[in-house]
Design a binder for this molecule. Structure first.
Ligand SMILES: C[S@@+](CC[C@H](N)C(=O)[O-])C[C@H]1O[C@@H](n2cnc3c(N)ncnc32)[C@H](O)[C@@H]1O
Ligand code: SF4
Length: 449
């Protein structure tokens, strides 16, 4: 779609700073939480609980200017090695609190850049996980990769540790855009990384791309997508650039005058969708694409802190600084700063700092928001079946959304509504209508479109 075919007034009216709803309540509404609560929550898991594990590695060689992740730059390995010692101590504590019959279905190392670890440390950490947790034979093991840090020895170590999915940071292949975001990454580095893993039998490759970056144009982004298609990733995440320099001070290096406006961003997202659908990818949720035969396309979609996932386990255990976990009782988050995280683990074995016990109303709204973010649909029948009479308030809110839809975003169904093609890019605006904590302050959340 070209810019001229976009309803510009609509985009300008609806573009607002809103959450991306990787959780509900969103993490900015977490409150101070004691490790003792987390211990009790872990201890209450069913004996054969299916689990997911997330490990955060908050280090990169240099900070990319656009980055909003929880990470810090280091050219020395000593802080990374010291951090791994703390992670091992936290793992031992958490594993000791889990029911003996648990089964790990998913392991994800994210960051930051997990491939900053040396090959020897990748092997050692992989062994620590295998020794401390019970893995299901079909468990997925995914790792986030910055291709600029990869070596053959690291790829061997990852595959030896059981990695079977990789997610590669690409962002954009255009040299002008790369210079404007402080991340120079030639096409060949990305291609070599993909080949390195495919040659070792890893068949699931995701690319992270970003639209709305400085100096990006519809033409430059189209060229990037053509290059992406040459490498044929199985999945693609196409994030809208979240520019929040008040929160991520490295973003002050971004030239704001070179950032595309809301209308151009909207056109970019449309363009990418058109190109990827024409190439055989299916659009999933807000910003993901997958090949039609990929499990993300064929299995029910869920949403967690890593984005869209097929993970449906009852507990996600977060390990490492800033990591967020979700248990049946609610959310927990570790201390964000590495030094604080290490201090807490040394004192207590755990680093729980914040979290949120879920109320019945939170659970109801979390369900509605997750289904909207994943399926673009609100089912009154499902809500009534799951939540009974407590759902009546939310059902009335859904009726109100249908009746005041003057933008053509909503299509009523027998028992609820679904978003139209016109409404789907605005799914965060619709989710926000169900958010009882919403405080749409500029600078806290990225633009909804
Ligand atoms: C942890 S990084 C991926 C692994 C590795 N560190 C890398 O960059 O290659 C997570 C991803 O988040 C996305 N990201 C980071 N900051 C962002 C921002 N401000 N807006 C949108 N996406 C962002 C980027 O696509 C990035 O690849
Ligand atoms: S985008 Fe990746 S490599 Fe760049 S600073 Fe963020 S986490 Fe590190």
């Amino acid at each position: 779609m070209t810019v001229s075919l976009i309803d510009e007034a609509l985009v300008m009216r609806r573009a607002a700073p809103l959450p991306r709803y990787t959780s509900y309540p969103t993490a900015n509404h977490f409150v101070p939480t004691a490790p003792a609560d987390y211990r009790a929550w872990l201890g209450a898991l069913e004996d054969n609980a299916a689990l997911s594990l997330y490990l955060h590695i908050p280090f990169c060689n240099d900070l990319c200017w656009y980055c909003a992740c929880s990470t810090k730059a280091t050219h020395r390995y000593e802080p990374v090695a010291r951090y791994l010692d703390t992670v091992e101590a936290e793992i031992a504590t958490v594993a000791g609190l889990l029911p003996s019959g648990h089964r790990v279905m998913h392991l994800h190392w994210g960051g930051g850049s997990p491939d900053i670890l040396s090959a020897a440390d990748i092997t050692r950490l992989g062994q620590t996980f295998r020794h401390n947790f019970r893995f299901d034979p079909a468990a997925e093991f995914a790792i986030e990769i910055d291709p600029r840090l990869m070596t053959v020895a690291k790829a061997d170590a990852m595959v030896g540790a059981g990695v079977n999915r990789i997610s590669i940071g690409v962002q954009d292949f255009d040299p002008v855009v790369q210079a404007a975001i402080g991340r120079l990454q030639g096409f060949d580095i990305t291609r070599t990384t993909v080949d390195m893993f495919r040659d070792r039998g890893v068949t699931s490759v995701n690319f992270d791309l970003v639209y709305g970056l400085p100096h990006q144009t519809l033409e430059s982004l189209s060229r990037t997508i053509e290059q992406v298609l040459e490498l044929s990733p199985d999945r693609i995440a196409m994030f809208g650039y979240a520019h929040l320099p008040g929160r991520a001070s490295n973003q002050k290096l971004i030239d704001e005058a070179a950032l595309p406006g809301a209308i151009e961003r909207f056109a970019m997202a449309r363009q990418v969708t058109t190109m990827l659908e024409a190439a055989g990818y299916q659009q999933l949720g807000l910003d993901h694409f997958a090949r039609r035969e990929d499990s993300l396309s064929t299995q029910p979609l869920n949403r967690n802190f890593q984005g869209y996932t097929t993970d449906s386990t009852e507990a996600l255990i977060g390990l490492g600084a800033s990591a967020i976990g979700k248990l049946p009782q609610g959310y927990v988050q570790n201390a964000v700063a590495v030094a604080d995280y290490a201090k807490r683990v040394a004192a207590n074995g755990l680093a729980t700092a914040r979290g949120r016990a879920l109320t019945p109303d939170d659970r109801l709204r979390a369900y509605v928001i997750e289904r909207l973010m994943c399926d673009f649909e609100f089912s009154g029948t499902a809500v009534r079946q799951m939540f009974g009479d407590t759902a009546s308030g939310v059902l009335q809110e859904a009726d109100a959304i249908v009746s005041d839809d003057s933008d053509g975003f909503i299509e009523p169904t027998a028992t609820g509504f679904r978003l139209t093609a016109r409404g789907r890019p605005f799914v965060r605006n619709i989710c926000a209508r169900f958010d009882a904590y919403l405080n749409p302050v500029a600078g806290k959340h990225s633009l909804s479109v």
